[in-house]
Design a protein around this ligand. Sequence first.
Ligand SMILES: O=c1ccn([C@H]2C[C@H](O)[C@@H](COP(=O)(O)O)O2)c(=O)[nH]1
Ligand SMILES: [Zn+2]
Length: 164
Amino acid sequence: MTGKREDYITWDEYFMGVAVLSGKRSKDPSTQVGACIVSQDNKILSMGYNGFPLGCSDDEFPWGRDNEAEDPYNAKYFYSTHSELNAILNYRGGSLEGSKLYVTLFPCNECAKAIIQSGIKTIVYGSDKYAGTPAVNASKRMLNAAGVRYYQYQPSGRKIEIEV
Ligand SMILES: O=c1ccn([C@H]2C[C@H](O)[C@@H](COP(=O)(O)O)O2)c(=O)[nH]1
Ligand SMILES: [Zn+2]
């Protein structure tokens, strides 16, 4: 055999795959979100997933969502750090200017602010299951105004399996 392999994964498959894998670390029982930030020359800069801040025990803080309206203090939303923000905060280098974010769920309005301010210029997202909600509408409004490009990941249809 003299030629190279031709069925290698694309950059988008690679980085979205890393984002999906990162999301598998999440303890959130309903929505696990993973993120991967990549430089313009396709180097992974940082990763993150949704979870509670350091020192806030996964076993002591609440994971529930149902009681949000009645008792937000005992629901997860006040406490969970979103995957995109964790990926931005986990970065130990200099600047994220011009970088690209792969994320398994379309970013909310709070993440959009952090994405814009950190200099990320492109978002590749997986699910848009909260499309049409005020948080996602506001997010798209800010991303559009700031010139951050976004597009939905297009699965190739091929299954990527990880066996270790
Ligand atoms: O931009 C986002 C939006 C949400 N998340 C996280 C925050 C929560 O842990 C879940 C959403 O839970 P639901 O039960 O689906 O409301 O997703 C995120 O990481 N980034
Ligand atoms: Zn968010």
